[in-house]
Design a protein around this ligand. Sequence first.
Ligand SMILES: NC(=O)c1ccc[n+]([C@@H]2O[C@H](COP(=O)([O-])OP(=O)(O)OC[C@H]3O[C@@H](n4cnc5c(N)ncnc54)[C@H](OP(=O)(O)O)[C@@H]3O)[C@@H](O)[C@H]2O)c1
Length: 320
Amino acid sequence: MRAAVLTGQGGPPRVAEVAAPSVRAPEDVLVRVLTSSLNHADLDAVAQARDGVPGGLGLDFAGLVVEAGSAVADLAPGDGVLGFLPPGVPHEGPGAFAEYLVVPARLLARRPATLDFVQSGVLPLAGTAALLAVDAVVPPRRSRLVAPTRGPVLVVGGSGGVGTLAVQVANARGAAVVSTGQPQDRTLLHLLGAIEVLDYSGDWLPEVRERYAEGVDGLVDLVSDADRFVILSELVRPGGRVASTRGAADVSALARRGVTAVNVVARSDRELLGRLVDCADAGTLQPVIDRVINLSDLPSELGASPRPHGCGKVAVTIGD
Ligand SMILES: NC(=O)c1ccc[n+]([C@@H]2O[C@H](COP(=O)([O-])OP(=O)(O)OC[C@H]3O[C@@H](n4cnc5c(N)ncnc54)[C@H](OP(=O)(O)O)[C@@H]3O)[C@@H](O)[C@H]2O)c1
């Protein structure tokens, strides 16, 4: 089968013929990967390969079940599925930028009926991170009878892969979403539900301090390092909630200020993926795709520096 592989000798990955994996454990599923997407973890893997560490590449996948192990009762050949390989966890085989993948069934969910394979393949990791970040800051309401009005929630990095999904989920939960973004992303961010878009090429903090003098209710931060996160979390009122996908939140220091903080770590499991699929099928989550590239484009795509600006995800098709 064809797969993108890291050599461990530096330089971008190459697309090569490698041995296809096979089902070995009873709970394993062999998936024919049709689509995937780029994540920061892939860029990190390429950077680590430059340091001499070979390894697999690609986390997200959507595709078709080819074979299910003897203990897998609820999936059969031909079923459409999606999922992601847990970042940082060694995986047998080259990763998800490959024509076939073997994964335990517990890492798979059926793909959304309302989305095509390209849309399904960009959802798993970014969508799971977005869902967990919004859960931490705008918890789901227990009753549909409660009026859907919430205070302002700031999304920093709202134009990116995770951000375009987080803006939609927070908006669907009734939050008044204020997002950062470049001027060319403004229209899209409004369409996704942001009531206000702050151009992050300038200093947007004074505007937020002035407009929300009592503080915003929440912060979903997909960009900042720990030092910047300290500054941005000061925009949040005591009693508010913050989340970082970059491990930037000092949870105990924020608790002393009365702010609840979560460092999000996306979990690859069926329950969470299922919630994501339900959001997509309910129409509250629409993946935003910046570009679609093919497996054969990955060496040049992953070798490009600096990365081009985009809004949403870069999808990767695996077949021709
Ligand atoms: N913890 C987890 O489980 C988990 C899961 C998924 C992702 N992540 C992490 O979450 C982060 C976001 O991931 P992603 O896939 O959404 O990345 P992404 O697609 O690159 O999005 C980042 C967005 O932030 C924008 N941005 C850059 N600098 C900014 C600034 N100073 N202020 C405001 N916005 C700025 C970027 O715009 P430009 O295009 O203009 O640069 C881009 O739209 C990454 O660090 C990733 O590693 C963590």
